[in-house]
Design a protein around this ligand. Sequence first.
Ligand code: IDP
Ligand code: MG
Length: 151
Amino acid sequence: MAEERTFIAIKPDGVQRGLVGEIIKRFEQKGFKLVAMKFLTASEDLLKEHYIDLKDRPFYAGLCKYMHSGPVVAMVWEGLNAVKTGRVMLGETNPADSKPGTIRGDFCIQVGRNIIHGSDSVESAKKEAALWFKPEEMTAYKSCAVDWIYE
Ligand code: IDP
Ligand code: MG
C-alpha cells in the first residue's frame, strides 16, 4: 500500500513563477518518497498523449500549447494513498474552488494557469509515469525515514 505512486508535474507557469522548490518541499515534508524526476520542455506529441482523454474538450489545443510553452518538472512520488492525497494537496482543478493550504489554493488564480498536474487515479498514474519515464529512470531505494513515517 505504501508503494502507491502518483505522477506530479510542475507546469511551465509554476516553473516561471519560481514555485519549484516550494512545491517539491510540500511533497517531501508530507513524507512521500521521490522516485523519479526530470526537467524538460515536453514535446507536443507527449503532451497530446498525456491529455488524450481531454481531446474533445474546447481547451485541449490551448492546454497542450500552454504545457509546451516552457520547461516542466516531471516527478513520480510514492507513499500510502499517494494519488488521492496528492490530489488533495493540489486542490481543485479550478483554483477559485481550491482551499487555502492547497498548492492551487495558495499560488494561482485561473484554471488555465493552475501550475501543477497530479494523476487522478492509480491507473492513470501508472500510464502517466510510463509515458514520461523510461523504466531505468525510476529509482529503487529505501527511504531512511520510512519507519518514522509509517507505523
Ligand atoms: P486536473 O488537472 O485537475 O486533473 P483536468 O480536468 O484533467 O483537471 O484538466 C486538465 C487541465 O486542463 C487542468 O489542470 C487545466 O490546466 C486545464 N483545464 C481544465 N479545464 C479547463 C478550462 O475550462 N479552461 C482552460 N483550461 C482548463
Ligand atoms: Mg486530470
